[in-house]
Design a protein around this ligand. Structure first.
Ligand SMILES: *[C@@H]1O[C@H](CO)[C@@H](O)[C@H](O)[C@H]1NC(C)=O
Ligand SMILES: *[C@@H]1O[C@H](CO)[C@@H](O)[C@H](O)[C@H]1NC(C)=O
Ligand SMILES: *[C@@H]1O[C@H](CO)[C@@H](O)[C@H](O)[C@H]1NC(C)=O
Ligand SMILES: *[C@@H]1O[C@H](CO)[C@@H](O)[C@H](O)[C@H]1NC(C)=O
Ligand SMILES: *[C@@H]1O[C@H](CO)[C@@H](O)[C@H](O)[C@H]1NC(C)=O
Ligand SMILES: *[C@@H]1O[C@H](CO)[C@@H](O)[C@H](O)[C@H]1NC(C)=O
Length: 502
């Protein structure tokens, strides 16, 4: 459905809204009337009218019935479930995926990405550029630094309103005040490859949907409010390129996409400097001086500790310590007030091999065949990092830790390298009503800990139209990006939900 799809969608939405309004007025009258007679009927009436009948709005994934017959993990339903989320629409046999870090290709450095470069090129580039030279500082900083007691003992963050409400349940509603920044702007932080406004894409209805949680009011995001709440505080994103998208999105949201000359690059304070021979630093850190607020991103696709086996040899294998946190996190956690972790899309044999990552557990090469399965290895790492961070929390009362659930892919009728597409201009559904997270591994990992789940999977799963899709300056036939999101777009919502919980 192209072109008119957006129009159709809004026409349909408009009708639906009018209908809802009508029902609402009628039912309010009924409620008021019945309330005076029969108190207990009220909640029932209200629930059934506020949310349209199931037939009106598709609930997640009902429109795409993919066949996941490759169940070779019968002993582990959790993992199978996550695989289904990760492998939406991908053939069971495919073991490689587009790198979610296309920007690691050389020409896409920092804020000077060559946006004319096509997806094809970047996907093939990354196969090689991903195997970066060993990161020397990882080795150096492997031992946890002495903790600075002065930091992290700040006041607990203000907003502890409604702990019981589930932000993941709710619906997408049209809001003409969106997006929160223009995709034509924010050039200071927004990578050109993710700014769909700079491409030939013509449908932008996806920018105008706001997530409305069912059972909780969320405080409208505003840059000044965010900065005030984060006065003298540091927020760190650590994860893969989807984490980087969330970071760029937040920078744009805080600034409203306006150029800011006062914001200071403080990457140096965190060792985030471009090293000799590398294309870009391993992350970025920016400080808003008026409130002394720092927002940073560190690139850690595996979310575990990586140590070159031979630091002097550029083509050495790299020990991937599944049960140890990234050195960067160990070293700087004492300076963070909010940390948002994610991983997921690098866990396949193709990527591990290309990176020369060798799984280690307990400081030794892994010999457990069950763990050798990448899905199990990923699960072990997620559990390990959550456990480790949870163990740190008592030391840093000012720290709030979030594990961000998996960002869904939407390759339909193929995978990233076999013609998989995400052409839709309308959402797959607007409403998510289930209580359980769609990322069962992540939700099980945080259970019983003080690490919070930033649960964005189901609400993103219904937004298949929000990906970069085929829109690059020079589109490549047969190659689409159904993994990353257009910005402004879905990751803005992740940040709104984050903001509501800090
Ligand atoms: C899924 O695939 C299996 C094996 O290829 C097949 O037997 C089964 O009928 C398929 N199910 C659906 C719903 O297509
Ligand atoms: C961008 O990439 C295109 C094609 O790869 C190349 O011709 C052009 O010179 C590049 N521009 C810059 C500024 O690197
Ligand atoms: C808090 O959550 C409960 C249950 O989810 C809900 O009924 C209530 O309206 C919420 N309150 C606010 C202020 O969001
Ligand atoms: C800025 O905030 C940090 C804590 O994040 C604090 O250690 C530092 O002293 C603050 N700087 C100023 C100038 O207040
Ligand atoms: C570097 O490591 C690779 C992979 O382990 C190995 O094949 C190569 O011989 C090593 N080179 C040196 C100089 O040790
Ligand atoms: C979801 O949770 C609510 C409150 O805990 C419960 O009333 C409701 O029945 C649950 N819904 C489903 C589909 O399990």
């Amino acid at each position: 459905m192209k072109g008119g799809g957006g129009c159709f969608f809004y026409e349909w939405r408009r009708k639906q809204l009018s209908l809802l309004l009508f029902i609402f007025v009628v039912s309010t009258t009924l409620i008021l009337w019945s309330w005076s007679n029969n108190n207990y009927k009220t909640p029932l009436l209200f629930t059934s009218t506020f949310f349209p009948a199931a037939g009106d709005v598709k609930v997640i994934q009902s429109n795409h019935n993919h066949n996941h017959s490759h169940n070779n993990n019968k002993d582990d339903d959790l993992i199978e479930e996550v695989q289904q989320v990760v492998n939406l629409a991908s053939p069971p046999s495919s073991d490689t995926q587009p790198d979610d870090d296309k920007h690691s290709a050389n020409h896409r450095d920092n804020h000077h990405e060559n946006i004319t470069q096509n997806v094809d090129k970047s996907v093939s580039d990354e196969r090689y550029s991903d195997s970066k030279p060993p990161k020397q500082h990882l080795v150096e900083s492997a031992a946890p630094k002495k903790h600075d007691p002065a930091v992290g003992v700040g006041l607990p963050m203000s907003n502890v309103k409604n702990r019981s409400c589930n932000f993941a349940k709710g619906k997408w509603v049209r809001d003409d005040s969106r997006p929160l920044y223009s995709g034509f702007g924010c050039k200071q932080w927004l990578s050109g490859m993710w700014a769909c406004r700079l491409t030939q894409r013509t449908d932008f209805a996806f920018e105008k949907l706001r997530w409305q949680p069912k059972d909780c009011q969320i405080d409208d995001f505003s840059g000044p409010k965010f900065l005030k709440r984060m006065q003298d505080k540091t927020l760190a994103f650590i994860g893969d390129s989807l984490g980087r998208q969330q970071f760029q999105s937040l920078m744009c949201m805080i600034t409203g996409g306006k150029e800011r000359h006062d914001v200071k690059d403080v990457g140096k304070e965190y060792g985030l400097v471009k090293k000799r021979g590398s294309v870009r630093p391993d992350g970025w850190a920016y400080r808003f001086p008026a409130t002394n607020t720092t927002v940073l991103y560190y690139w850690s696709a595996s979310l575990c500790n990586l140590q070159p086996l031979d630091p002097k040899n550029k083509s050495t294998y790299i020990a991937m310590h599944l049960d140890r946190p990234p050195a960067f996190l160990q070293r700087y956690i004492n300076r963070f007030n909010v940390v948002v972790l994610n991983t997921g899309h690098h866990w396949n044999k193709g990527k591990l091999d290309a990176n020369r990552w060798i799984m280690y557990v307990g400081g030794k090469p892994n010999t457990d065949r069950k763990i050798a399965d990448t899905a199990n290895a990923k699960k072990l790492t997620i559990y390990s990092i959550v456990k480790w961070v949870n163990g740190q929390l008592p030391k840093y009362p000012g720290l709030k830790a979030f594990y961000r659930s998996i960002s869904p892919r939407h390759f339909f009728n193929g995978d990233w390298n076999s013609g998989g597409t995400c052409d839709s201009t309308i959402p797959g559904a607007l409403e998510v009503l289930k209580n359980e997270s769609s990322d069962s591994v992540a939700s099980a990992a945080v259970k019983g800990t003080d690490v919070k789940l930033l649960d964005i999977t189901a609400l993103s799963e219904v937004r298949e139209e929000g990906h970069i899709s085929r829109y690059t300056i020079r589109p490549t036939p047969g190659m689409q990006d159904c993994l990353h999101w257009c910005l402004p777009g879905i990751p803005d919502t992740w940040n709104e939900l984050l903001f509501a919980q800090i």
